[in-house]
Design a protein around this ligand. Structure first.
Ligand SMILES: *Cc1c(COP(=O)(O)O)cnc(C)c1O
Length: 498
C-alpha cells in the first residue's frame, strides 16, 4: 500500500514515511492509494478475535511496510490493561436493542483520542527506524482540549521524540487545562495561545509549512511531525474500533452477518467520522454516517448545502472539543468523492484559506448526502439530552456524546430509520463534570472547585471517578507560558533551545 497527497498526486510514499512526516510538503494530507477490503467472511472470522487481534488484522492492511512483529509490538504496547480500564478496550453499552454507545474513553486521559494516541508514538518510532531517520522527531500539536493531553501521555519519555502542545487560552475546560499543565515527562512542553482553536491550529500549520525554519531545525538534527488528526497514523487506529463494534454486535447476536448499521459521531475536525467512512469503504456494512455538531455547525450546513463557509461567529460551547470551524480531515473525504482530483482539492483549500468559503459541484454534493446526514444542537439541547438520557436509561453521557445522541434523535424523527445504530461516546462524563452535573442535578454549589464537582457527580450517578482525574488535584503545575498566535515559532524555538 502506497500513500499520496490530497494536493499532489505525484507523491507516492510508504506508510512509514507518511506517518513520520505527518503533513505533505505542499500542505496536503496523506491518503492511501486505494482502500483495502474486508470481506463478510473476514468479519465473521474476526468475531472470535480480541481487540488487539482485530486491530492487528485491520492495521496490517494499511501499514503493509511494517513487519508482523513490528505491528504486533505497536498494538500490544498501546492497548494494555494498565492503560485501559477495561479488557474489551472499547466496550458497547446498549440502551435498547437498537442503540449502542461505543465507549471510547477508557484510556488514560478519559477521551477517545487515546484510542489513536496510545499507538501513534509506537508507529512513529518504528517509522523513523524504517526510514533511516536519525533526527529527533519533534511533535507539534494544536489542541481543542483532548488531543493535547492524549498526545502528551502517548509521547512522554518516548526515546527520540519531543512534544510541544498549544491550547487556546480560553477554549478548554479547567480539567483539560490541568491535565496538560501537570504533564510529567522530560521531553514535553505545554503553552497556551491567545485565540481560539483555529488560531492555534493555523499557527502550527504555518510552522509546518515554513521551509526556512524547517531547514534551520534540520541543521540542528531536529525534524517536525504532527500528532493532530491530520497524521494518517492517527486516523487508521480509529478505523479499527468501528470494525470492533460490528464484531461485538455480531458476537452478541444483536445483528446478523451482513446487516447494515448506522454510525453517529460527535464531530469537530472530522477525524473520527472519517475513520467510519474509511471502514465503510473497506466493506464494513455501514448505512448512514450521522455527523453531529454543536453550535459551530459549519459541517451541518456543508452537508445540507454543499457550501463550506467558515466566515461565521465562533461559539464557545459546553462541548469544547468540537468548537472548530475548519474541519481539516474533510479534505480527505473531498479527495475521495472528487475522484482523487488533487488539483481541485488544492483549489478548494486555497479558496478556504483566502476567502473562507468554497462550494462543491452538484455531483460531489450528491455523494456527500448519500453518505452523511448532518445535524446540530445548542448547549440547552445538549444539557436536556444528558438529563433525559440519565433519567430514562440511568446512563450518564458527556456533553460531546450528548450532542451525538440529540442529533441521532433528530435523525430518527426525520427519517423513521430503525437501523441498529452505534453512537460514538467520546469522553467520560467526568471530564466535563460541571456541565454534566448541571444537567443531572438541580441543586448544587457551583462555586466549589472542579474536584468537589467530580465527587458530586460520582455521588449523583453512582459511577467511580477515573483515577487519572482524581490524581490531578495533587499534581504539580509545571507549565504557565502564554503566547500570541504569531509567536508560536518562538515558543517552539525556546523549548528546543535553538
Ligand atoms: C476530539 C473530540 C471530538 C471530535 O472528534 P474529531 O475527530 O475531531 O471530529 C469529539 N468529542 C471529544 C470528546 C473529543 O475529544
Amino acid at each position: 500500500m502506497l500513500y499520496t497527497s490530497t494536493r499532489n498526486g505525484a507523491i507516492s510514499i510508504s506508510s512509514a514515511q507518511a506517518i513520520k512526516q505527518g503533513l505533505s510538503e505542499e500542505g496536503g494530507l496523506f491518503v492511501p492509494n486505494s482502500f483495502p477490503t474486508v470481506s463478510k467472511e473476514d468479519l465473521e472470522k474476526m468475531v472470535d478475535f480480541s481487540y488487539n487481534e482485530r486491530a492487528f488484522f485491520i492495521l496490517k492492511k494499511y501499514l503493509t511496510d511494517f513487519t508482523d512483529e513490528e505491528l504486533r509490538n505497536c498494538v500490544n504496547q498501546a492497548y494494555t490493561r494498565e492503560k485501559f480500564e477495561t479488557e474489551s478496550i472499547a466496550p458497547l453499552y446498549g440502551i435498547d436493542d437498537k442503540t449502542y454507545f461505543l465507549e471510547l474513553w477508557h484510556g488514560p486521559t478519559c477521551a477517545f483520542k487515546d484510542m489513536a494516541l496510545q499507538i501513534l508514538p509506537h508507529f512513529m518510532t518504528v517509522s523513523a527506524k524504517k526510514t533511516g531517520e536519525t533526527k529527533t522527531i519533534t511533535i507539534l500539536v494544536a489542541t481543542s482540549g483532548d488531543t493535547g493531553k492524549a498526545a502528551l501521555e502517548g509521547f512522554k519519555d518516548v526515546d527520540g521524540t519531543k512534544i510541544a502542545v498549544f491550547y487556546p487560552e480560553n477554549g478548554v475546560s479547567d480539567i483539560q487545562k490541568l491535565q496538560m499543565i501537570t504533564q510529567q515527562g522530560g521531553n514535553v512542553y505545554v503553552a497556551s495561545v491567545k485565540g481560539n482553536f483555529d488560531d492555534a491550529q493555523n499557527g502550527v500549520k504555518h510552522i509546518f509549512t515554513d521551509d526556512k525554519y524547517k531547514a534551520e531545525l534540520a541543521e540542528k538534527n531536529i525534524m517536525l511531525s504532527s500528532a493532530n488528526s491530520i497524521n494518517f497514523g492517527r486516523l487508521v487506529p480509529q478505523v479499527v474500533y468501528y470494525f470492533n463494534a460490528y464484531c461485538e454486535l455480531l458476537k452478541n447476536d444483536k445483528i446478523k452477518s451482513g446487516d447494515p448499521i448506522n454510525v453517529v459521531v460527535p464531530t469537530g475536525n472530522f477525524g473520527n467520522i472519517l475513520a467510519a467512512y474509511y471502514a465503510k469503504q473497506m466493506g464494513l456494512p455501514i448505512g448512514k454516517l450521522i455527523c453531529a455538531s454543536n453550535e459551530n455547525n459549519v459541517l451541518t450546513d456543508f452537508i445540507n448545502t454543499g457550501i463550506y463557509n467558515k466566515k461565521r461567529s465562533f461559539h464557545l460551547t459546553t462541548s469544547p472539543s468540537m468548537d472548530i470551524l475548519i474541519s481539516s480531515n474533510l479534505e480527505r473525504f473531498l479527495y475521495e468523492i472528487s475522484g482523487k482530483d488533487d488539483r481541485l482539492i488544492s483549489e478548494l483549500m486555497k479558496q478556504l484559506n483566502e476567502d473562507g468559503v468554497y462550494e462543491i459541484s452538484d455531483d460531489m454534493k450528491k455523494k456527500v448526502q448519500e453518505n452523511f446526514f448532518g445535524g446540530f444542537c445548542d448547549d440547552a439541547a445538549t444539557k436536556e439530552t444528558i438529563h433525559s438520557t440519565f433519567e430514562r436509561y440511568s446512563y450518564l453521557i458527556d456533553t460531546h456524546t450528548a450532542v451525538a445522541k440529540n442529533v441521532f434523535d433528530q435523525y430518527k424523527e426525520k427519517t423513521g430509520d430503525e437501523t441498529v445504530t452505534v453512537i460514538a461516546s467520546t469522553a467520560s462524563p467526568f471530564k466535563f463534570a460541571p456541565s454534566v452535573l448541571d444537567a443531572v442535578k438541580e441543586e448544587y454549589d457551583r462555586e466549589v472547585d472542579e474536584f468537589r464537582l467530580l465527587h458530586e457527580l460520582s455521588e449523583a450517578s453512582g459511577m467511580k471517578i477515573p483515577k487519572s482525574l482524581e490524581a490531578l488535584q495533587e499534581s504539580e503545575r509545571r507549565f504557565a507560558d502564554v503566547f500570541d498566535k504569531n509567536e508560536m515559532r518562538q515558543a517552539v524555538s525556546g523549548f528546543l533551545k535553538i
